[in-house]
Design a binder for this molecule. Structure first.
Ligand SMILES: [Zn+2]
Length: 307
């Protein structure tokens, strides 16, 4: 599915993707993704209001690029998340007939971090400034193009964690301490109105409350738990306990979600390893479960596809 394309052809593929909305039965469907001119970044235009991104799954370590060396920086990759992202795209397309947008950073995290601001992402290596700009503008573009499909969109970023509790950590930018607040206090504090799904909270088609969207029956966490994958926040695991590790979302979840406005919401999905990312069979099973959960979420919360 992945092949290097001449830049003109790649540009044409992007154009076709941008023009192929959901209303024209004759619209061509882009079924492959392409590398950029550096070979580090991969992008596939889609036809669904969904963006799937893996910023930490890359394995390339070009010898001419120095390792990042910055205070407090993380260098470990998120194993097998590129494969997982491709599987989710394929599974979602099989279920809906519409293809999610796909963006992959193939550089290993020791060289480039696809989920940080420019200084930390590049570790001060100026050679990578253009890569950072290319990556972030690709994500900007995907989020906007996905929203053109149906007026609203969801950006889902796949990561891997090695925390003690094996569960999917769903990041909406709410901190663990905020998640430990009561439902009433959470609503009073307006936590979800300053989240990465701010847009959805203010205009959901199901009428679900802010707390319900976070950890009630209609939440993404509930849908994953129902599919057999423990998740936090969810009705059965509403918040990480004191002392438990939890990732609530990073640079990309802030930038590409609806916190600052716009029509695209975002969630960061931190996946545990065993049973989710470890084997090809488990990745395929999780991709099926996640795509099923996303289809249900789109139907209820975004009224997509429309009847
Ligand atoms: Zn990560």
């Amino acid at each position: 599915m992945t092949k290097r394309m001449p830049s003109l052809l790649a540009a044409l593929a992007l154009l076709v993707g941008a023009c192929s909305g959901g209303n024209s039965p004759a619209a061509p469907v882009v079924t492959s993704s392409a590398l950029d001119t550096t070979g580090f970044l991969e992008y596939g235009a889609g036809t669904a209001p969904l963006v799937i991104v893996a910023p930490h799954g890359g394995s390339l370590k070009p010898l001419n690029l120095p390792d990042r060396n910055c205070s407090g920086c993380e260098y470990l990759a998120d194993a097998n998340t590129e494969d997982l992202a491709r599987l989710v795209v394929a599974a979602f397309e099989r279920r809906t007939g519409k293809r999610p947008f796909l963006a992959l950073n193939h550089l290993h995290r020791s060289k480039f971090d696809g989920n940080r601001d420019q200084a930390e992402a590049t570790g001060g290596n100026v050679i990578l400034n253009g890569v950072w700009l290319g990556w972030q503008t690709t994500l900007d573009s995907a989020a906007v193009r996905a929203a053109r499909v149906a007026g609203r969109a969801l950006y889902v970023e796949l990561h891997g964690h090695a925390h003690a509790v094996p569960r999917i950590e769903i990041g909406y930018l709410a901190t663990a301490a905020q998640l430990r607040m009561s439902d009433a206090a959470l609503t009073a504090a307006g936590v979800m109105r300053s989240s990465s799904i701010t847009r959805l909270v203010s205009d959901t088609r199901s009428g679900a409350s802010d707390v319900a969207l976070l950890r009630g029956a209609p939440s993404l966490g509930a849908l994953l738990v129902a599919a057999g994958y423990p998740a936090v926040p969810s009705p059965s695991d509403p918040a990480p306990k004191e002392g438990e590790d939890y990732f609530n979302g990073g640079y990309n979840t802030v930038r590409h979600g609806s916190l600052g406005g716009g029509m695209t919401d975002a969630v960061q999905l931190e996946c545990n390893y065993a049973g989710v990312r470890d084997t090809a069979e488990n990745r395929a099973m999780f991709a099926e479960a996640l795509s099923g959960a996303l289809v249900e979420y789109f139907k209820k919360q975004y009224a997509w596809p429309s009847a």
